[in-house]
Design a protein. Structure first.
Length: 209
């Protein structure tokens, strides 16, 4: 059985959602709870060995607003350096953890439609494959060619995170290292929330019969 952790990235400025309040996006209400709460619930339902949440912009507001259930919270002291810096902070926290993980799910805090079954599908695919050859396990959604999250980053690929810069995260790594990527077909899509309009679209979609 592949032993996986989860790394939730929640350090962004959310400037396209609210330029004046960094925490506004992740704390925005969707069906009675915050966007980040939806993500954490899905991760908990999957049941990783450990969950690290990287906070940054808006950490002082997000920290007391969430109902935490054993997640390890770390703060990116330089979130302005982009998503890559938060990935690096989170991976360092996992390396320092007393448990030994085979891999870690990289999860974005602004994707409230994260599904535990998708995480299970990635773990199952990785277990059947040869992790040393393709240690980046990513979904390919049937209804959306865009974001390929969550990504299961197996331990042999953790050092690649050190090469990342700016705000591209794992997307650039997936594009540049296709030979290292195990693509897993997954039904549906993985919308993210960048703007208030994205949130309204998500609410409308969820309420449609």
């Amino acid at each position: 059985m592949l032993q996986a952790a989860a790394l939730v990235l929640a350090a962004g400025s959310g400037s396209r959602f609210d330029q004046d309040r960094p925490a506004a996006k992740l704390l925005a209400d969707l069906h009675g709870q915050a966007l980040l709460a939806h993500v954490l619930d899905a991760v908990r339902e999957f049941g990783p060995l450990a969950t690290v949440v990287v906070l940054g912009h808006g950490a002082a507001e997000i920290e007391p607003a969430m109902r935490w259930m054993g997640e390890i919270r770390v703060v990116n002291r330089h979130p302005g350096r982009g998503l890559a810096s938060s990935l690096q902070v989170g991976i360092r926290a996992l390396v320092a953890h007393p448990e030994s993980f085979d891999g870690a799910f990289i999860v974005l805090g602004d994707q409230p439609h994260l599904r535990p079954e998708t995480m299970h599908a990635l773990v199952d695919a990785a277990a059947r494959a040869r992790p040393a050859d393709r240690p980046i396990v990513a979904p390919r959604y049937t209804a959306q060619p865009g974001p390929r999250n969550p990504v299961l980053l197996l331990r042999p690929a953790w050092t690649l995170v050190d090469e990342l810069v700016g705000d591209h995260g794992l997307a650039s790594l997936i594009e540049q290292r296709e030979d290292m990527v195990l693509s897993v077909p997954v039904q549906g899509a993985m919308p993210d929330v960048d703007t208030p309009a994205d949130l309204e679209q998500l609410r409308s979609r969820d309420s449609s019969p």
